[in-house]
Design a protein around this ligand. Structure first.
Ligand code: PLP
Length: 372
């Protein structure tokens, strides 16, 4: 056997995630591993919690990072908040809304679906209509930033409607956190999860998660134990208690948490509003360049995510051939279309570290010469 070390090429990642990692974050990752119950590590975890509260704009005591990717954050919300027989309104306007449905059903819950076309935001009117029709619904679940289409939904209004009908909200903020405004406390969102590998430009494999007091109260009133041991958040609470003492739950991904701490320090130093504006500026620049190449957006301007630009593949262009030329000639990754947009659209990410002039210029130059 002559297997040697794996040395990946230096790509520029401008797909739907993972995004390029900040150099400072990669450095943080390679710092010496210390024990996850070491007093210094515990201090770092306390800071990490404060930084996550800043990123989510929340004072929620229960604000942590699940030691697993965004899908685990999603599952943590559903397995903790949904019990057998519970009715959950699930909004579906792309791939990830459908995953929410699967989560509800695997918890033994009943998913009541509100469907919007791919590329459109979730319709508040349809949500209200569904809640009026069925007073037994207790949770409304939706994706804030649908990565499969590039559409942004109005989380504030959806949460207002949910509250009017006495429902909690489960919100997927995997692609929104750090890229567009997400105000957990002001909008009174209840269970919100994200991912480390999108606009935070951190290593993949961690899922920031926050629960409101109301979400915690619902978990405390459960009639049955959470069926997943690892994701039962009442067990994790002791680990993230923030009181300077921590009990063992699982071996924390120590170095990945250094990386998340560093990514959040960078976000904090830049300032959330500045980060949102930077994503917006990069998007406008990309838009101008793409439109000059005759490329059209999938999503209407009012609902477009700056960090995930879904665009139609021009007529007569070979999708896979273009993406492999970009990769081979420019070391540039852009994303393929997903689901109903497979073969019809590309997804160009401007997430975190990638939301910069240099990236926009590279992408436009590479596309222009490849499409000639
Ligand atoms: N939700 C959304 C909106 C996503 O974009 C993703 C990943 O792309 C996920 C959930 C799942 O996250 P992960 O791939 O980190 O498990």
């Amino acid at each position: 056997m002559s297997i040697t070390s794996f040395i990946p090429p230096q790509r520029t990642l401008m797909g739907p995630g993972p995004s390029d990692i900040y150099p400072q974050v990669l450095q943080a990752l390679s710092r010496p591993t210390i024990g996850h119950l070491d007093p210094l590590f515990i201090k770092m975890m306390d800071e990490l919690k404060q930084l996550l509260q800043y990123a989510f704009q929340t004072k929620n005591t229960f604000t942590i990072a699940v030691s697993a990717p965004g899908s685990a954050g999603m599952e943590a919300c559903f397995v903790n908040l949904v019990e057998a027989g519970d009715k959950v309104l699930v909004c579906r306007n792309g791939v990830f809304g459908d995953r929410m449905r699967e989560n509800v059903e695997r918890c033994g819950g009943i998913a009541i679906m509100v469907d919007n076309a791919w590329g459109e935001p979730v319709s508040p009117a349809l949500v209200e209509q569904a809640l009026q029709t069925d007073p037994d619904i207790k949770i409304v679940a939706f994706v804030h930033a649908e990565t499969s289409t590039g559409a942004l939904s109005d989380a504030k209004t959806l949460a207002e409607i949910a509250r009017k009908y006495d429902c909690l909200t489960i919100v997927d903020a995997v692609t929104s956190l750090g890229g567009v405004p997400l105000l957990v406390d002001e909008w009174q969102l209840d269970a919100v999860y994200s991912g480390s590998q999108k606009c935070l430009s951190c290593v993949p494999g961690l899922s920031p998660l926050t629960f409101s007091e109301q979400a915690i109260a619902k978990i405390q009133q459960r009639k049955t134990p959470v069926q997943s041991w690892f994701l039962d958040q009442s067990l994790v609470l002791g680990y993230w208690s923030g009181e300077g003492k921590r009990s063992y739950h699982h071996t924390a991904p120590v170095n990945s948490l250094y990386a998340l701490h560093e990514a959040l320090v960078l976000l904090h130093n830049e300032g959330l509003e500045q980060a949102w504006q930077r994503h917006h500026r990069a998007h406008l620049e990309l838009k101008t360049g793409l439109e000059a190449l005759g490329i059209q957006f999938v999503v209407e301007e009012a609902y477009r995510l700056p960090q995930l630009n879904a665009v139609y593949i021009p007529e007569g262009i070979d999708d896979a051939a273009v993406r492999s030329t970009l990769l081979e000639r420019y070391n540039l990754e852009i994303g393929a279309g997903l689901g109903t947009l497979a073969g019809k659209a590309w997804r160009i990410g401007l997430m975190g570290y990638a939301a910069r002039n240099e990236n926009v210029a590279l992408c436009l130059k590479a596309l222009e010469s490849t499409l000639k």
